[in-house]
Design a protein around this ligand. Sequence first.
Ligand code: URA
Length: 280
Amino acid sequence: MNDRGALARAFLCQQIELGMPDIILLPGSRAAAACMLPAKRPERTPTPAVRTPKTLPPAAKAGEKPRLLPVSRLMAAPEKRPAVADDPMRNALVALYSAEKDCAACGLSAQRKTFVFGSGNVHAPLMIVGEAPGAEEDAQGVPFVGAAGELLTAMLGAIGLDRKKDVFIANVLKCRPPANRTPEAGEIAACKRILTAQINIMRPRVFLLLGRIAAHALLDTADSIASLRKEVRSVNGVPAFATYHPAAMLRNPEYKRPAWEDMQKLRTFLTELGAYAATN
Ligand code: URA
């Protein structure tokens, strides 16, 4: 099997290991056969070997759920972070969080439980931008922890990235729109300055934009994701990949295959950039 085939197979197997709904498997398909799906789950067998480029960290272990903390709590745990003076980036983010956490620039603040600032490694080369918190995110204060978040975590794991250690995840909106409705233009305009400030502090090397709202907010375009995903765009000179939002993938399984291809392109790009070389 070629490298692409091996990766696809590993991803599918990993999805099953993680208990995710089928990605693109059809019963009796060649992929299903490749995974040798048992009727009953046997003793855990190792995921088939994937040729992981040296420059990326190994894939997260199947079934391993990272314990996620809101960035506010990570930042508030002094024993887990370098001395304040050692980390100006973290200090700047703490200051931004403190200045904005009670933001009332739009009507969403009235209903929020939590201001969802972002989570992950503030020094990560890759910043992932989604749309807005949902109910779970609003309750926990962490982006992408609901069903779409589980899919995102698995997609990252499939290209060897750990969502806690290797990326920073934020949303265009920091507060949940009622009933998860699409963010309004006024809300995006009011909230974008916070995302822009986060980007200016963290200066990621690459973006992954999940869905139309994130792509339109940062790429200043109205092009469809189907068109945007065909080429690498730029956010103020920083390469930006756009792909389907995991929630859209859950609603429309036909998006999963192109999104999988996008993740492979991202992986290749990060490898060629040497973006993760220093973490090995
Ligand atoms: N959860 C998030 O944090 N962002 C989204 O865009 C969707 C779900």
